[in-house]
Design a protein around this ligand. Structure first.
Ligand code: GTP
Length: 422
């Protein structure tokens, strides 16, 4: 049996809620728990027996960071990884249809499709087992999880036949309540999914066959609206439930959340990736990742839920909690970083405090997901959130930066609270 995995990595116009971080690096390569977002997808996929190839589909221009990443993961996971570039955004299924010959090469029995803007403890082996036991001719199994009634409206929602797990009804971001089971953006498809893809592709072309240059791209196919909606209730679409950790990663708050959960997973999967206490080492509390090239003063206190990137320098008495410190950043003596992301090559001055506010799921509501707050409230004020310091920013000594977003290459002159510094 041969299997493949497609990872949808989007392109430069995607990930807008991720700015300013996505200004420097494609969002799928942003490091979470020490490794790029899609490294975690690739690692999970490579563990499924008989996985032959991982194909990244997106509309980023091939660029150095992506090329380097691909070389590294191929080497590390000993699996073929390729990037196929769409000439423009073709939607969440258009690229899959466009590159069908490449996907079907080698006759894979099934292929996973993974959105890159989600994180989780993906139960791929279990999904495969489930899918194999669906009726012949099944097109696709969707990974589903539970959300609250209110939050479900922000996701793709599925209603199912509880006895057979068949999807009876699929609505993307419904206006009224449909179901608390939401689409996780992880699918397992049989090659026969290309039948409905072909049908929709042709239908789109025929319906839009005119000479109007303003018609949006006719080759766009959206997996959710164009494929899942009509396939519901045809006996060809199923849902597999997970209760393991899963979240979308659309905002800085979600990155901090994903960081915490991936670090927690390392306790079982990769204890070697977690920093340990010891003589001459900084004090570590809970789950912390420290890149081997980082220099951390032994009087610093890190954790819980902290990731320290390549070549980071951390001074005397520094305190970091629930944060990500990106490559080349410098945290000078006695500064304090809480619920924040410190950008590449930025400096935080002595005794300064950089602090954000997490928007974690409500622990009292079962199945609550991360809140997807908009950036501003009804009065136009910035909602409290994680503080993000862009790349190459200088935070002076003895200031407080609270719930703010600082764009790259700024030299701050004083304190700031609930601000976007452009
Ligand atoms: P929003 O709430 O509007 O962001 O919608 P969503 O959560 O349904 O996300 P969306 O469908 O835009 O994207 C889901 C995943 O598919 C993400 O990982 C995107 O990067 C990826 N994606 C979206 N559009 C495209 C596309 O045109 N081509 C490719 N290759 N990937 C895409």
């Amino acid at each position: 049996m041969a299997l493949k995995t497609i990872i949808l990595i989007g392109g430069p116009m995607k990930g807008t809620r991720f700015r300013p971080l996505s200004l420097d690096l494609p969002k799928p390569l942003f490091p979470v728990a020490g490794f790029p977002v899609i490294y975690h997808h690739i690692e999970a996929a490579s563990k499924v027996p008989n996985m032959k190839e991982i194909i990244l589909i997106g509309f980023y221009q091939a660029q150095e960071d992506l090329t380097k990443f691909i070389i590294n993961v191929q080497h590390e996971f000993k699996i073929q990884v390729r990037y196929l570039q769409e000439y423009t955004s073709l939607g969440t299924a258009g690229g899959i249809y466009h590159f069908r010959d490449q996907i079907l090469m080698g006759n894979p029995e099934y292929f996973f499709v993974m959105n890159s803007d989600v994180c989780g403890d993906f139960p791929l082996v279990e999904m495969l087992e489930f899918h194999k036991h669906r009726p012949a001719g099944t097109f696709c199994t969707i990974l589903g999880t539970e959300a609250t009634r209110q939050q479900s409206l922000n996701y793709g929602c599925l209603a199912e036949n509880k006895d057979t797990s068949e999807v009876l009804h699929y609505v993307e971001k419904p206006e009224t309540f449909i179901s608390t089971t939401i689409n996780c953006g992880i699918y397992l498809c049989s090659p026969c999914i290309f039948e409905p893809l072909k049908r929709i592709f042709k239908q789109n072309l025929e319906e839009n066959y005119n000479f109007d240059f303003n018609t949006p791209n006719k080759e766009v196919i959206r997996m959710e609206q164009d494929i899942f909606v009509p396939l519901a209730s045809t006996g060809k679409l199923y849902v597999f439930h997970t209760t393991r950790f899963w979240s979308q990663i659309k905002s800085a708050g979600a990155v901090i959340y994903a960081n915490r959960h991936y670090l927690e997973l390392y306790r079982d999967t990769h204890p070697d990736r977690l920093a340990k206490n010891g003589e001459g080492k900084p004090k570590v509390i809970g789950d912390v990742f420290i890149h081997s090239s980082a220099q951390v003063h032994p009087t610093a206190v890190l954790g819980p839920n902290v990731s320290i990137g390549k070549n980071v320098m951390i001074g005397d008495g520094v305190r970091v909690r629930d944060s990500i410190i990106l490559e080349g950043a410098m945290l000078q003596d006695h500064c304090c970083i809480l619920n924040s992301i410190i950008g590449w090559n930025s400096t935080v001055g002595m005794w300064s405090r950089v602090e954000g506010t997490p928007n974690d799921p409500n622990p009292n509501k079962p199945f609550a997901k991360l809140e997807t707050l908009s950036m501003f409230d009804d009065h136009g004020k910035l909602n409290p959130s994680i503080t993000v310091i862009g790349s190459n920013v200088q935070v002076p000594p003895e200031v407080i930066i609270l719930n703010s977003m600082v764009l790259p290459h700024k030299e701050l002159s004083g304190c700031c609270k609930n601000q976007i510094i452009m």
